[in-house]
Design a protein around this ligand. Structure first.
Ligand SMILES: Cc1cc2nc3c(=O)[nH]c(=O)nc-3n(C[C@H](O)[C@H](O)[C@H](O)COP(=O)(O)OP(=O)(O)OC[C@H]3O[C@@H](n4cnc5c(N)ncnc54)[C@H](O)[C@@H]3O)c2cc1C
Length: 352
């Protein structure tokens, strides 16, 4: 009996160039995996070809469907499914999940991959639920073993890598992937094939309505260029405590950074992630608060000029890379530090 071709779908994020590149990264990972799984890669692009949008925070225009389809093919996609409808002009996880779930139910791909972004995470979770499929989150790599997909994913604590499989009865598996780990593929001159998928049914939640949209406030400077950065870690425990990181950064005239837990918990935007999968920074002064000093984080800060680490555990590895180590509970120490910095700043202003 002829073996069924394994279809690997990759969701294409068209919101801006930066996010599109993350998707292209995942496409590259899918292409490599497809080679070992005897599969083919299909890009899935959702939007409206009639609507021209300009709404992203990076001062770049929303990518147009046809141009994105051509680029997907030139970067390795064997097929592109375009789901085009004027009601899909605005990227919303509820409407996108509705049409994506429909297509998944009709065509039954083996895998659907998403770059690990806020939107990718939400869309993957919604669509997996609507199609009654399994979802593997934060995958670093995929391989085939004994005819089954095995996903390699880090656990939330450092140093442990888990291998996860879908259940036997699973028809389609959903995966969110770390995009920065894979290499962006070179253009390949692939012949490719584009399908336009008609939308029969579209379920949009009645509740949420877009009233207005405007670009995110530009940060004063990119994180990589800031002289002072205050990084908050998992030791802050909640969003409320994390707001003290914002206050300290603001008081010092610096920028906020974060380790992975605050980003995963959504206390802070993912563009603030520092480390191996985030940004590499070299500020003159860096505060690292409630961070354990995992290598994946410290690789992104090791060239900072002065590192001040605050941790309640005197044996924390973060002290190995700190110029100044403070053993203290962040919750009680940060308000004191913020007050002191404010006083010093006021005093300095008074001097001039
Ligand atoms: C391939 C790969 C890539 C990764 N890439 C990154 C990356 O780019 N960036 C990144 O950050 N992580 C990355 N990680 C995750 C990384 O391994 C760690 O899990 C992460 O850095 C841990 O963050 P943390 O130290 O803030 O949190 P935790 O590990 O939870 O540590 C919290 C620390 O805070 C201290 N603490 C607790 N409560 C308090 C308190 N009240 N006051 C003061 N201190 C307190 C604890 O003693 C502990 O040391 C990656 C992992 C893998 C496998």
């Amino acid at each position: 009996m002829e073996e069924k071709i394994k279809d690997i779908w990759v969701f294409g994020d068209l919101r801006n160039r930066k996010l599109f590149e993350l998707y292209i990264n995942v496409l590259g990972r899918a292409k490599k995996f497809a080679g070992s799984a005897c599969g083919r890669v299909t890009a899935v692009l959702i939007g409206s070809s009639n609507t021209r949008l300009k709404f992203d925070s990076h001062r770049q225009t929303h990518l147009q469907l046809e141009a994105a389809a051509d680029e997907s093919i030139s970067r390795g996609a064997d097929y592109v499914h375009i789901i085009d409808d004027s009601r899909l002009a605005l990227p919303r996880a509820d409407s996108f999940a509705s049409v994506l779930a429909d297509a998944v139910i009709r065509q039954g791909p083996m895998l659907v991959l998403f770059a690990l972004t806020d939107f990718g995470r939400e869309l993957a979770a919604r669509t997996a639920k609507m199609t009654n499929s399994g979802l593997i989150a934060q995958c670093m790599d995929l391989k085939m073993e004994k005819g089954r997909v095995v996903a390699k994913c880090p656990s939330s604590s450092s140093g442990v890598m888990a291998e996860i499989i879908f259940s036997e009865e699973s028809r389609t598996g959903f995966v969110t992937m770390q995009p920065a780990v894979s290499q962006t593929p070179e253009a390949q001159g692939n012949p490719g094939h584009i399908d336009w998928i008609k939308v029969d049914r579209l379920d949009i939640l009645e509740g949420p309505k877009l009233l207005s949209s405007s670009p995110l406030r530009e940060t004063k400077r990119p994180l990589e260029e800031a002289d002072t950065v205050v990084v908050g870690g998992g030791g802050l425990h909640n969003a409320e405590n994390f707001s003290m990181i914002r206050e300290l950064a603001e008081t010092l005239g610096g920028e906020i950074g974060a380790t992975r837990p605050p980003v995963l918990q959504r206390w802070v935007e993912e563009e603030r992630l520092v480390g191996q999968t985030g940004k590499t920074i070299r500020p003159k002064l860096l505060f690292s608060v409630g961070t354990s000093g995992a290598i994946q984080y410290t690789s992104g800060i090791k060239d900072s000029k002065v590192i001040v680490a605050i941790n309640r555990d005197k044996d924390s590895p973060v002290f190995n890379i700190a110029d100044l180590g403070i053993v203290a509970d962040a919750k009680t120490f940060l308000p004191l530090l913020i007050n002191r910095v404010k006083q010093t700043m006021t005093y300095r202003k008074g001097e001039h």
